[in-house]
Unconditional design. Structure first.
Length: 222
């Protein structure tokens, strides 16, 4: 009876302690999340909402008086602007090439880094380095590498007696150049999630399936 009384007294305090600890962890989590949330609202969500509001007005950047035009801008874009459908076409081609190739390339590297190879931490660090470079720096880097006159890639092609490629000035090569730059920049981000999935997956999922059916003509043992 004494033990039961102690349990009756101390039992109700445990959920309260757990709720206090969970509340404190939630507060700390929101505090650490606050810088990212402020940046998202200020640099992403805010401009998106502002552009959505300006799209239903006649604002052009210079006029002082702004009036509401409704869906007139969207009607002109869909019916009178030929560049809109051209941009949709280019975006679709770019997405069809970049997304599957990025996933396949990231998965192949994740599988390779999941094997027992020498200097594995060094390889993981090298493949993750592009994620630490900002988008502006990546654009300048690839603009220099893909330059038709003094770009590194064309210099390599010239050393093996291949002609230079107008990566950034030709309509036929601009999309492949963008896909190449995207693969280099986005692989490291997807590599983190795919590599973690490979490490937590059971080994049986990483091996090819084997057939358990008996061979033709083999006896069933009955």
């Amino acid at each position: 009876m004494a033990v039961t009384g102690v349990r009756a007294v101390t039992g109700p305090h445990r959920p309260r302690r757990r709720s206090t600890l969970a509340r404190r962890e939630a507060i700390y989590g929101y505090i650490f999340l606050l810088p990212w949330l402020i940046g998202f609202l200020w640099f992403t969500a805010g401009p998106v909402l502002a552009s959505l509001g300006l799209s239903v007005t006649n604002y052009s950047g210079g006029n002082a008086r702004v009036s509401f035009v409704g869906l007139g801008n969207y009607a002109d874009m869909l019916g009178k602007d030929p560049l809109f459908w051209q941009s949709i076409k280019v975006t679709a081609i770019y997405s069809i090439l970049a997304v599957p190739l990025g996933l396949a390339f990231s998965l192949c590297i994740a599988l390779l880094l999941n094997r027992r190879i020498h200097f594995l931490p060094v390889w993981r660090t090298l493949f993750y380095l592009p994620a630490l470079i900002t988008g502006v720096a990546q654009g300048l880097l690839w603009q220099f590498m893909l330059n038709e006159q003094f770009g590194i890639i064309n210099e390599v092609l010239n050393t093996v007696n291949l002609p230079s490629i107008p990566w950034l000035s030709s309509e036929s090569w601009i999309i492949p150049s963008l896909v190449l730059a995207t693969l280099w920049g986005s692989t490291s981000g997807m590599l983190i999630f795919l590599g973690a999935a490979c490490r937590v997956s059971p080994p049986s999922c990483m091996r090819p399936p084997t057939s358990t059916a008996p061979a033709p003509g083999a006896s069933s043992g009955t």
